[in-house]
Design a protein around this ligand. Sequence first.
Ligand code: G6P
Length: 608
Amino acid sequence: MCGIVGFTGAQSAAPILLEGLKKLEYRGYDSAGIAVMDGDTIQISKVTGRIANLCEKTGDGTKIKGSTGIGHTRWATHGAPTEENAHPHLSNDGKFAIVHNGIIENYISLREELIQDGYFFESETDTEVIVHLIEMYYNGNVREALIKATNRLRGSYALGVICTDEPGKIFAVRESSPLIVGVGVGENFFASDVTALVAYTRNAIYMDDGEYAELSKDSVKIFDCTGREVRKEVTRITWDVQAAEKGGYEHFMLKEIMEQPAAIKATIAPRIKDGKVVFDELDLTAADLKKIRKIVITACGSAYYAGCSGKYTIEGLCHIPVEVELASELRYRNPLIDAHTLLIVISQSGETADTIAAMKECKERGAKALAIVNVVGSTIAKLADYTVYTWAGPEIAVATTKGYTTQLAVLYMLSMLFADQLGRIDETDYKKRIRALQAMPRHIQQAIDMNPGIPRLAKKYHSSKSLFFIGRNTDYAAALEGALKMKEISYLHAEAYAAGELKHGTIALIEDHQPVIALCCNPAIMEKTLSNIVEVKARGAEVLALSFRDNQKVLSAADDFLFIPDEDALFASAIEIIPLQLLAYYVAKENGCDIDKPKNLAKSVTVE
Ligand code: G6P
């Protein structure tokens, strides 16, 4: 995710900004920049790639004069990772420079409005609208201009601003993106997280949504959104730096599990407008969709399992046949694919070698490719005919969590879009499912909060020889990913089976105390899975059931439980996986595994 820093004091700003940005590198980024004010001139320096490039360009900051400045690491969302798109961005009159962490959902309409008013844009970013709005509303009072400009924004933002009319001052605003003010002696700071501050001060003010900060070297003032000054508590930071980089979590994986409500919100919220799913980036008309005879989904690893879940949703809502195929298989299979096939390619990294090869193979046969990708400007994103980004932010742990759930969110929204365009969903059903999509971030948070007993369950199950995951239909799709998470990070043998297949082999392996994790979250098929629970219990299995809290039948049949809130079955995999991710995490912890970097695995598999 992007990171911002700001400094004002007596020392030279650039070296301090660069040090702060280095501390934010762990968040992931693909370009960086700083803006420093010396008297009433602003000097900007930007690079693509690493902070080291920025250090080289600026002589470790020594080539840039001035003691007031802002800096940014960018993780590309709107527009490729280029110098033009890197922050800071300047207003047309050159008075303001800004840095931004977050996403502006209504930037397209604001951009059009500003262009009509004569402002010109130098980047493709959503951020640039903010600096022009500030210029438009500026009447000699920066705070007023900031309040007016941010009142126009929908989305999330932590903003840092400097203005040539206010030498020695830095301004910051927070809305749904982290922002912390560092209070020093004769110098003050802000940053996206405390890691960038602790080398200089351990006194921090955690800003709340809707608050504005105005900092000079000797004063810190915080205002609410009406412009009234608010008194804030100064907190003493006692964390060590390494813990702070993981946001206080022991592992990136746990941090990323916990980030899922926000990541799902960032992926879904900008794409629901006036009660409708809208993908501004997708130029697929109803006429195009009508020509599609089948959809083929291809991917590797968890992305493939996201596709397995998406098949149920797309077929269920759009009535288009869907095949899901491992990219490593599809690429060598002479597939029956033509111009009437829509290929959906799913990849967090956008660089997986087998997925790229399968995509090229299918495109050669005339299929159009729609890519669901997290990394902006990646190979798959570039090769695709249509690209939809999951806005999960950078994922650092090798085992994907928020990457996978945001892929599901996109698949669910695409199903809704296609069903609507093809006239295959009635209005009541559509409205109900829009509400379900909007509730998803909250439901994911509930699924985290409802299962405080997972560390205890991990102690019970961590020494098992193997774990069987069973489920039917959408539950089966989630079981596949649940078992993969378990084996990837805990090194336990874990396998998922369609519950109806137990009788055809696996049941021979059930003996006393064999753990079976049974997913029962699809009401249409729950009775059948319940029968399977009874069958394995009769053979001595220990059953850990995943279901709704009020599901008495399951509660009385199983030995242990994981819970999720009531969920639309077609969208349930994204919620079911949450307690399974946490279970895998705590089992791996019990087993002393290297959770963020499991042995033999890589985050991005760029070779065959
Ligand atoms: C690796 C990662 C998995 C990921 C898979 C596909 O195996 O460890 O987490 O699901 O690659 O990667 P992609 O970047 O294409 O989603």
